[in-house]
Design a protein around this ligand. Structure first.
Ligand code: SF4
Length: 457
């Protein structure tokens, strides 16, 4: 597989290229891997599905991944873990064999072995363990000839010690002579006992990300609590999900984090005791989203925090770089910051007078000096209304005389009925329901917000 992919990726570098590929050409490129006709068909179908359903990008949602052609649970887990940093433990043929030989599982299906391993090892070790077990299976614990004499896990392994039959071959392996035990230490007297932590430690230490290796003084935070919903989503987009130790109950994207990352209360009223118990090494805040008292309480608890301030789209460029540097993710951050910065260059037309309403009963709007106001400006509209987030009386609303009224689907759930009411009241204006997350989730969706508004012409 590894010999095949360089030529395949060079010829078809993205989903769009694969979607338009000819079956015979893909078959020729993957022929040496076996089942090549089916693989070629799935690869083309995968490209087409990514283009049709996901804008050419690989989704980070397990259900969406599993619905793609040729993608089963194992592939979905590998992509989630390695592309998005989501703790997952895909069980392939090597892991299945090694786990059963070591007595970490007695199950007879990959799914059940996966469940046993997930129970035995802490979540933060799953991604690394996946690679360690595969490497061990390839290098030492071979399917036909396991090299037990050279195995660093021998004294933990009931199969290698000959105490049980090899679950892979059904034959009892003769234990190596006493003097050949490389680990030399204690014997595992209880065959089948899962010695998960020790096995994990012996299979290799936690590798340091390359960015840290460049600066030995720097330690990127490994237990991050994000109190900002869009920042939580951004961290997942950057592949840092495994470092998320907590989130607020409003951090709901991508959806699967609701089941995997503990909630620590709301954005305005976080549970400080819960935060302290989760022992974060960084809490991320935003000055509008979270109250100053939270930062003060964190300081009193001795917990490091980082507060962003996002009032303009340009602030997002700076915040992306700040976060990238602080989290040891400069490469991903810089790529995104530079692209966003480039998209802000050039003169903006002074477009129609636009009012964004963010609440009803009473009416509230986002003023020109907010992130939303600046997003409108950068998107070619002219934001109107009083500064910040004012409450508007019916008379105030009428006096603003907007040419465009935007009704985001959050924080207030504006719907078609509200749209119709306002359209009746402002027959000359264009009243639109718009995706609230695209408009208000700065950093993770700023580009989507700009696209939405720039298409508004
Ligand atoms: S002792 Fe032998 S069977 Fe056990 S893990 Fe090592 S190589 Fe595999």
């Amino acid at each position: 597989m590894n010999l095949t992919t360089p030529a395949l990726f060079a010829r078809f570098p993205d989903a769009a290229a694969l979607a338009g590929a000819r079956q015979e050409e893909v078959e020729a490129l993957v022929k040496s891997t076996g089942f090549f006709r089916n693989k070629a068909k799935n690869l083309i179908g995968l490209g087409q599905a990514l283009m049709a359903r996901h804008g050419g990008l690989v989704p980070s949602d397990p259900a969406a991944l599993g619905a793609l052609p040729g993608v089963g649970q194992k592939t979905a887990n590998v992509v989630l873990a390695n592309a998005f940093g989501v703790p997952a433990l895909a069980v392939d043929t090597h892991i299945f064999r090694v786990a059963r030989r070591l007595g970490l599982s007695k199950a007879s299906t990959p799914e059940k072995v996966e469940a046993d391993l997930c129970r035995a090892f802490p979540r933060e070790d799953w991604i690394e363990l996946h690679h360690q077990l595969i490497f061990h299976g390839r290098r030492t614990c071979d399917a036909r000839r396991p090299d037990c004499a050279a195995c660093p896990l021998l004294d933990l392994c009931p199969t290698g010690l000959g105490k049980v039959k090899d679950p892979h071959s059904g034959v009892r392996i003769a234990p190596p002579p006493e003097g050949l035990h490389p680990s030399g230490g204690r014997k595992n007297d209880t065959p089948g006992t899962p010695l998960a932590p020790e096995a994990s430690a012996r299979l290799g230490g936690r590798p340091r990300p390359p960015s840290l290796a460049l600066n030995p003084e720097f330690r990127a935070p490994q237990r991050i609590i994000s109190l900002v919903p869009s920042v939580t989503e951004l961290l997942v987009q950057w592949g840092l999900a495994a470092r998320l130790a907590g989130r607020t109950r409003y951090c709901i994207e991508p959806k699967w984090i609701r089941n995997t990352v503990p909630a620590v209360g709301g954005t305005k009223d976080p549970d400080l005791g819960r935060i302290r118990d989760l022992a974060p090494d960084l809490v991320i805040l935003e000055r509008d989203e979270n109250p100053r008292e939270t930062a003060e309480a964190l300081t009193a608890l001795g917990i490091p925090w980082l507060a962003l301030e996002i009032r303009t789209v340009k602030d997002c460029v700076a915040a992306l770089r700040t976060l990238g540097e602080r989290l040891g993710a400069s490469e991903a951050a810089e790529a995104r910051a530079a692209a966003l910065e480039a998209s802000l260059k050039g003169r903006r037309r002074k477009g129609p007078r636009a009012l964004v309403l963010i609440w009803r009963d009473p009416w509230m709007s986002a003023g020109p000096d907010t992130y939303l106001g600046d997003l409108l400006r950068q998107g070619g509209l002219t934001p109107i209304g009083p500064d910040r987030y004012p409450t508007l009386s019916e008379a105030d609303l009428g006096a603003l005389d907007p040419q465009v009224i935007l009704l985001p689907t959050e924080p207030y759930r504006f719907n078609r009925r509200h749209q119709a009411e306002l359209q009746k009241r402002f027959p000359e204006a264009e009243v639109r329901l718009v995706d609230g997350q695209a408009l208000t989730w700065y950093l993770s969706r700023t580009e989507a917000g700009l696209d939405l508004l720039r298409g508004f012409r």
